[in-house]
Design a protein around this ligand. Structure first.
Ligand code: PLP
Length: 428
């Protein structure tokens, strides 16, 4: 196919994320991806600033990950997980239990982040039902959250920027506390927890769990808040009999400078969702981890089984590449690398602060965000980045990057200077 035939066929056939089929914004055909570079069908090379939405932490086409998929393929691509098991699943589960907070002891493999959130919600509700408290079915969360696009997950996304108005009559209603106001690194003030505490106090009889993204709110606002908030949430959950669910789908595997964002505190959730970078960006897979207390309670009482079972549960190819990706992470000194990326982002994005149309610049770990004063035109701005030789995809008022950890200093400078120049141009 020529480049133009492909683009035309794509336009008439394919939905893209959050897109229209009529007059959609441009799409750019990719023919291969290697390291931190995407090669377009027209021959141009782009430096990748997105890690394919947080996933490709080791870059693309990594020989070690390729080998893991190839070796697994020789044995089996997939078998059902009902009544069967296999070494890749068992080894990956053991690895996840080893590297996550100590209380998390069991693993449910799901096929996407959204599904792992659905599973977490079901676990929380089944836990309370098994404890003889079936009235606890609501969730408590914070505004500006993002937890996925399926119905259960959508219902805990931000009620304004999420999809609540569109699906009002089919979405369950949950409780929303104010977004934490105290930023990462700022001094804590107990006022910041009042909104969540008040809801927990008045509604705990109906609430099964608090769910939130620890430290970094991702797609709902790219906002970094104080880990002290999480300590208070843990206390409130214990005081009012609520489970605590951490959605680490975006933050997991080193992105914030800790292996998991909850390590910015010393507390542990009762349930944790992982996804995105789990397989190093190779395949869709997610996991919901929980404690022995939750698992035993669901299993021993009531119906005694957990009611979920995806067709592609614990897919062996995905398990094998996830194991290889975690091993690679452990062997490559990611902590040092993410710290270096953070320092360089802080240094190089600082000049954006001086621009009139910039509201805020924030950096945490390997995440750099420039917030501008009005929504970015998606028909225009992505092409400007492509013309500068980088792949950066803004949303709303946020221009942000979370590059693969393997990016070198020169390529990272190309990303930050493209951000600067595009933001300058937006101000005219
Ligand atoms: C991306 C994301 C999800 C949804 O994951 P999918 O794999 O897209 O279903 C859920 N929670 C958070 C925090 C995410 O970043």
């Amino acid at each position: 196919m020529t480049n133009q035939t492909l683009i035309d066929a794509d336009r008439s056939l394919l939905w893209h994320p959050y897109a229209s089929m009529v007059d959609p914004p441009p799409v750019f055909p990719v023919v291969c991806a290697r390291g931190v570079r995407l090669t377009l069908a027209d021959g141009r090379e782009l430096i990748d600033g997105m890690a394919s939405w947080w996933c490709a932490i080791h870059g693309y086409n990594h020989p070690v990950l390729n080998a893991a998929v190839g070796a697994q393929l020789e044995d089996m691509a997939h078998v059902m997980f009902g009544g069967l098991t296999h070494e890749p699943a068992v080894r990956l589960a053991q690895k996840l239990v080893d590297i996550t907070p100590r209380d998390l002891q069991t693993v449910f493999f799901a096929d996407s982040g959204s599904v792992s959130v659905e599973v977490a919600i079901k676990m929380a509700i089944q836990y309370w039902a098994a404890k003889g408290r079936p009235g606890k079915q609501k969730l408590l969360t914070i505004r500006q959250g993002y937890h996925g696009d399926t119905f259960g997950a959508m219902a805990v996304c931000d009620p304004v920027t999420g999809m609540h108005s569109l699906f009002r009559d089919v979405l369950p209603e949950h409780y929303f506390a104010d977004t934490p106001g105290i930023r990462f690194g700022e001094e804590w003030d107990d006022d910041d927890i009042e909104s969540l505490k008040a809801l927990a106090e008045s509604r705990h009889d109906e609430i099964a769990a608090v769910i939130l993204e620890p430290v970094v709110q991702g797609a709902g606002g790219m906002w970094f808040y104080s880990p002290a908030y999480l300590d208070r949430v843990r206390q409130i959950c214990d005081e009012f009999d609520l489970l605590l669910v951490f959605d680490e789908i975006a933050t997991g595997f080193g992105r914030t400078g800790k292996l998991f964002a909850c390590e910015h505190t010393r507390i542990s959730p009762d349930i944790m969702c992982l996804g995105k970078a789990l397989t190093g960006g190779y395949m869709t897979m997610a996991a919901t981890l929980t404690t022995a207390r939750v698992a035993d309670t669901i299993s021993a009482e009531g119906k005694g089984v957990f009611m979920h079972g995806p067709t592609f549960m614990a897919n062996p190819l995905a398990c094998a590449v996830a194991l290889a990706s975690i091993d690679l992470l452990e062997q490559t000194g990611w902590e040092q690398r993410v710290a270096e990326i953070q320092a360089q982002l802080q240094d190089e994005l600082a000049r954006c602060r001086e621009l009139d149309n910039v509201v805020d610049v924030r950096v945490l770990g390997a995440i750099g965000v420039v917030e501008v004063d009005r929504p970015v035109d998606m028909h225009v701005v992505p092409r400007r980045f492509v013309d500068q030789g980088v792949w950066i995809r803004p949303f709303g008022r946020l221009i942000y990057i979370m590059p693969p950890y393997i990016i070198d200093a020169n390529d990272l400078t190309r990303l930050t200077s493209a951000m600067y120049h595009v933001v300058v141009k937006l101000s005219h």
